[in-house]
Design a protein around this ligand. Sequence first.
Ligand SMILES: Cc1cc2nc3c(=O)[nH]c(=O)nc-3n(C[C@H](O)[C@H](O)[C@H](O)COP(=O)(O)O)c2cc1C
Length: 167
Amino acid sequence: MKLAIIYDSKTGNTAQCGQWIAEGAAKVEGVEAKCFAIESVDEDFVKEAGGVILGSPSYYALMTANLRTWLLERGGKLNLAGKLGGAYATEQYTHGGGDLVIQSILTNEMALGMLCYSSGGAFGHPVIHLGPVGVNHNKEKVCLEDFKDYFTIYGERFAAKAAELFQ
Ligand SMILES: Cc1cc2nc3c(=O)[nH]c(=O)nc-3n(C[C@H](O)[C@H](O)[C@H](O)COP(=O)(O)O)c2cc1C
């Protein structure tokens, strides 16, 4: 089963988190996870995928204009309806709007007919309510690497659910 991770990323953080999700997803047997920047999406791969995860940096607590534009222009043409949909975000500050970014992406996914999934609290810790958020720097001096586990675990949980539904 194919799983596509599509992101917008200017300085590499959201791309890195997408790689971590793919790493986790690859632990599920039969899952082929691939990452794509929105500028170079393999649309045939996406059309065949059972699951699609979208990622964005927080730009003033919203997804980037580029991702929103890509969704508006390409979203309807990728047979996304009925696929499992997920979302993740990166941000600079702990309270920088990551959850809002995820929520707006999930809203777009639902509008396109996708089945949204995060794993929530179903597997205990770490609880991932809407999707994982990576923080790259803040007053507590955390760095993006400190969030790696959340992304790999989310990737594995998401891929397991997608495989259960579509493999
Ligand atoms: C125009 C702009 C707006 C941003 N707005 C926010 C914000 O509202 N909250 C936040 O925590 N970080 C904000 N950031 C920081 C980015 O979300 C953060 O560094 C992100 O990890 C960058 O992702 P990338 O490396 O994939 O481009 C902003 C950055 C830019 C360039």
